[in-house]
Every structure is written in C-alpha cells, then in structure tokens.
Write a protein that binds this ligand. Structure first.
Ligand code: PEP
Ligand code: MG
Length: 574
C-alpha cells in the first residue's frame, strides 16, 4: 500500500490480520494512576466504610448488567469471577482494616487491597495468572472510579477505535457491545488476555503500540492495519479510499473461504482444530468449522481459590463441551504454577522455571485425582473422543508417574462399575526443549504430542513471554524453535505417534505454513483464525510447503524466515 512520506505512522504488534478505519478515542490514564493516601478523621471512618458498601453494590450491579449483555460465555465467566472477587469478605476485611487502622480514605484502601492481590499474582509467575492481572486491575479501577464517580467513556461510538494503555476484557466487551471498530493498546503482547478476547470477538487490535495515547490526537481519523502492524494517523483521503477497497475485498474473500475444504492444492488433507477454555466459545468452534477441540485449557476451573470446581462440577463442564462439539476433545490437565493451592502465597525466585504444570500436579494429589476422575468418567461416556494432555513435562519420570496414576484411577472406576475408555490416549505438551530434543524417547512412552509453541519459544529463546520489554525476542518462528519442532516431528514419526501444534504459531500464517511443510497436518488455534489459516494452507501444494519449511530452517534469524515467507507467499489481496 503506497503511503505518503509525510504520513504519521505508529508501529506495534498486530493481533490478527484485521484492518479498521475509525476515529480515535483516547482513554485518559487517570484511572490507571496510583491513588494517593489521604488521611481521614476518626469520625469519618463509618462514612468511608459505607461508601465502600455503596460502591460495591453499584459495581456488582454494573457487572451483572454487563454479564447479561454479553453473549460470549468466556467473557461471562471472567465477569462472574470478578463478581466473586468484588464481594469477597477477605477483601472487605482488608479494606476496612486500612480505613479503620490506618485512617485512610476508602478509595486508597480499595486500591491498596487490590494491589496486594495483584502483586501476589505478579509474583506467582504463572503465565495464565499474569494475564488475569489485567482483570483484577480493571476491577480495582472500576471500584475506584465508582467511589470517585468516574463514568464509562461516552465518547465511544460505532465509529471509534479505542486507544488506551491497557484495557480489561470486561471493559473491552462493554465497548464491543457499543460496536467499536478497533482497539489499540500501548501494553500487552499477543498472549495478553485482552488481546485473546479481542481476537475471539473479531475486534481488529494492535498491542505494544508505544506512546499511542500521546501520539494520536483524540477524535482524529486513524487506520489500524494488523497485516502490516501499522497505525496511520490522520491519513489522506486517497489512503482511506484504498483501505476501504481493501476491506471490501477481504469481506468478499471471507465468503469464499467458508466453502474451502481442508486440503492442500494437491489434495493432501490437514485438520484445523480449536483451542478453547470456556463453553461460550463453542459457537465459534462450530461457526469456523473446527475439526475438533485440539486444546481445552482447564485452568479457569480453578481461577480463584474459593470457586475451585469439584470433580462433579468439572465432569458437568467436560460433558457440556463433549455434547456441544464434534470430533476429538483434547483435555489438558491444569497448567497452573508458581502458587501453591492457587492462593498466590508461594514465592519463587524463577516461577516460570518452578512449580508449574505436571510438577505441581504430582505434588497435589487431590487436585490431580479430582480432575482425572472427572475426565476419565467423561471419556467413558464418550468413548474414542477424549484425549488427556499433560502440560509442562520436562523429564521422563513425570510421564511414567502420571501414566501409572491414570491407570490406577481407571481401574478403580471400573471396579466401582463406571464405564471407562480403556484406550484413552495420553499425550504430552512439547513445550520444554528437553522433551523436543529427546522426542523419540518420550514418543515411545506416550500416544501423542502436542507442541506448545508459546512456552517452547519462551524456554528456547530464554524470553519471558509476558514481558513487553523483551517482546521482540519472543520469536516463535525463529529457526531454532523450528528446528526443535522438526526434531519433535521426526521423533514422533519414528515412534509412530501423532503430533500436532497448539501454540499461537499455528494461528500465524508463517508458522502454519512452515509446520505443514515439516509434516504436521493437525493444527489447533483460536477458532477465528481457522478460515485464514485454511485459506493459506489450501492455496499451495504440499511440495511448496515443504520447500518453504526447508528454506526457513536454513535461515539464521526470524527476520530471515519472514523474508523467505514473504517472497514465497504473494498475498491474494494487497
Ligand atoms: C503453549 O505453551 O504453546 C500453549 C498452547 O499453552 P499455554 O499458552 O496455555 O501455556
Ligand atoms: Mg504452555
């Protein structure tokens, strides 16, 4: 796309290949700034406690209204959790003790109490909980806004593109209901929660757009182009017209994609499955024609100590997922970490390298047995459809131990007269280099591999996947990562087991094309990415993909891989 040299352009990370044209609405940073401590007199204590109760009531009403407006269940679950946190008696006690004991204002008491929990989450090191920090920050800011009487931003209309430092999923959904065109955030990475929700809702979104709130004037027209990861500020009429034409072409192309079969040009089939976490995402699984659920994340069943789901409740959840989907469902065991019993109390120096996934599950017998019992009973009701996936495996003993535990529970269930699926496949996530490097050995112990490229990239490149400062080093199609994927495929093939990719790489055009070329025909991704990936994978022959993969592996940098891909792939729409 020709762009005027004078044109002001900002860069960031595109969450999807989406484009939006709209008027920027800059969100003030006020609510994100720390609230300062202000002293109160003793006789004002009761008044401040009352203000807490009133604000809490209003917040709960707000969340209830929001929850009723939202059709997406995953977001409704987040709101549900926020409601539980907002009415948590322990939080209330903490707020009161600050008002009472330190004689400080209610807004500060709320801010400090939530910050305490946020800090614990940050220290937990779990990638999942770190993404949830933004939910808690949102709740804190909403609470403080209500106390201070700060309303929702009324400037937002159907024509708006929100420009903000950060936004919570619930806030995002409330603006999504207003019909916004797009979202630009200064913070976050592609795996931040707001980004995942934006992607799931189909909101064009860019993250890590530095100084966006300062550089974009309020109400100026902007173009957000996720395909080239650029934001054009106050574009010329000519550029706007070009983009309007481009959007029209994309819409026409989307209609054609719906009719595509999952086959390469030379007739080799591939399977595109869905990564989901909530029941609400099931309609998207169907709408986008997923060939099954390649990754069912289960951590949301544990989010918040007080709402940990019992084994029976988990069984109901798994049952709904099986009932409302078709094909296989790969259920991943809880991938929690760094925070004993989910209470965020355990400090670790290096949480990402710490007590996470299978390491934690093998120590937390009850937690593990409850989940396995629920999964195995569900598998008995839907034989041949359920697979068990073990996260964060790094050594062989973990595999042997979990297999023995699963076998024991199966036997016990059978003795109790329960139906079981005797051949339930047990697989491991390949996300730690030790497993990828010794793939053949691990492959002889399990039924399938699922390559988790988010963590495989994190551990291979030694880059914290949630750290914006080093985000440019999170290169999931770096040749070193691709080489580990290749080694994993070779090990799996030699041992005769199946292998799929379920990290964000599978939803990335470059990644999807490369892994298909390396021989992976099962990919699992956020449901909305399926049409785009299907369109690419059905556009060329298997030999073409193999050639691309070979050339990519020969590169010495991610940039080199991108250049190879750009040369190989001439987009249909430009
Ligand atoms: C991964 O690591 O690639 C993955 C799919 O798991 P998660 O993102 O849930 O850690
Ligand atoms: Mg992972």
């Amino acid at each position: 796309m020709d762009v005027d040299v004078e044109q002001k352009v900002l860069e960031g990370i595109g969450i999807d290949d989406n484009i939006a044209i709209g008027k920027a609405v800059i969100f003030s940073t006020d609510s994100l700034e720390p609230v300062t401590p202000q002293k109160i007199a003793k006789n004002q204590v009761e008044k401040h406690k009352k203000r807490y109760k009133t604000a809490q009531q209003l917040l709960l009403e707000d969340l209830e209204t929001l929850s009723n407006q939202v059709s997406d269940t995953s977001t409704r679950d987040i709101i549900e959790t926020q409601k539980q946190i907002a009415s948590d008696p322990e939080i209330e006690r903490n707020v009161y003790s600050i008002i009472d004991g330190k004689l400080l204002t209610v807004d500060f008491a709320v801010y400090q109490t939530y910050d305490l929990f946020i800090e614990r989450l940050k220290e937990s090191g779990s990638a999942l909980f770190r993404q949830r920090i933004v939910d808690l920050e949102d709740l804190r800011d909403r609470f403080v806004s209500i106390i201070k009487n700060k309303p929702k931003n009324n400037a937002v209309t159907k024509k708006s593109i929100i420009v903000t430092k950060d936004i919570s999923p619930t806030e995002l959904v409330s603006y999504y209901e207003d019909g916004i065109q797009g979202l630009i955030m200064e913070k976050g990475g592609i795996t931040s929660h707001a980004a995942i929700i934006a992607k799931s809702l189909g909101i064009p979104c860019m993250v890590s757009v530095k100084s966006a709130t300062d550089s974009i004037p309020n109400q100026k027209e902007i173009i957000l182009d996720g395909t080239v990861e650029k934001v054009y500020v106050d574009p010329s009429k000519k550029l706007v017209k070009k983009y309007r034409d481009k959007i029209a072409k994309i819409r026409a192309g989307e209609a054609k994609v719906e009719n595509l079969v999952s086959e390469t040009k030379d007739g080799k089939s591939f399977h595109l499955m869905a990564n989901i976490e909530f029941e609400a995402e099931l309609p998207e699984v169907k709408n986008n024609g997923a060939a099954g659920i390649g990754l069912l994340r289960t951590e949301s069943l544990l989010f918040g100590h007080r709402i940990r789901k019992s084994s029976e409740e988990q069984e109901v959840f798994y049952g709904h997922i099986l009932e409302d989907s078709s094909g296989e469902v790969i259920i991943r065991l809880f991938d929690i970490g760094g925070d004993k019993n989910n209470s965020f109390s355990n400090k670790e120096a290096n949480p990402f390298l710490g007590w996470r996934g299978i390491r934690l599950l093998l120590d937390e017998d009850k937690l593990l047995r409850n989940q396995l019992t629920a999964i195995l009973k569900t598998a008995g009701k839907y034989p041949g459809r359920v697979k068990i996936l073990v996260p964060m495996v790094s050594v062989m003993e973990e595999v042997q131990e979990i297999k023995a535990i699963i076998g024991g529970i199966q036997q016990q269930l059978e003795e109790e007269g329960e139906k079981v699926d005797k051949d339930i496949p047990i697989g491991v996530m390949v996300e730690v280099p030790s497993v990828a490097v010794s793939a053949f050995k691990f492959a002889q112990e399990v039924d399938f591999f699922s390559i988790g490229t988010n963590d495989l990239t994190q551990y291979t490149m030694a880059v914290d996947r949630g750290n914006e400062r080093i985000y440019n080093l999170f290169q999931h199609y770096h040749p070193s990562v691709l080489q580990l994927i290749k080694t994993t495929i070779e090990g799996a093939k030699k041992a005769g087991i199946t292998v799929s990719v379920c990290g964000e790489l599978a939803a990335d055009k470059i990644g999807a094309a490369c892994v298909l070329g390396m021989g992976i025909t099962d990919l699992s991704m956020v449901p909305r990415a399926i049409p785009k990936v299907k369109s690419l994978l059905s556009s060329r022959s298997m030999d073409d993909f193999a050639e691309l993969a070979k050339a990519a592996l020969d590169q010495c940098s991610a940039r080199g891989v991108k250049e190879v891909f750009d040369e190989w792939h001439v987009p249909a729409i430009d």
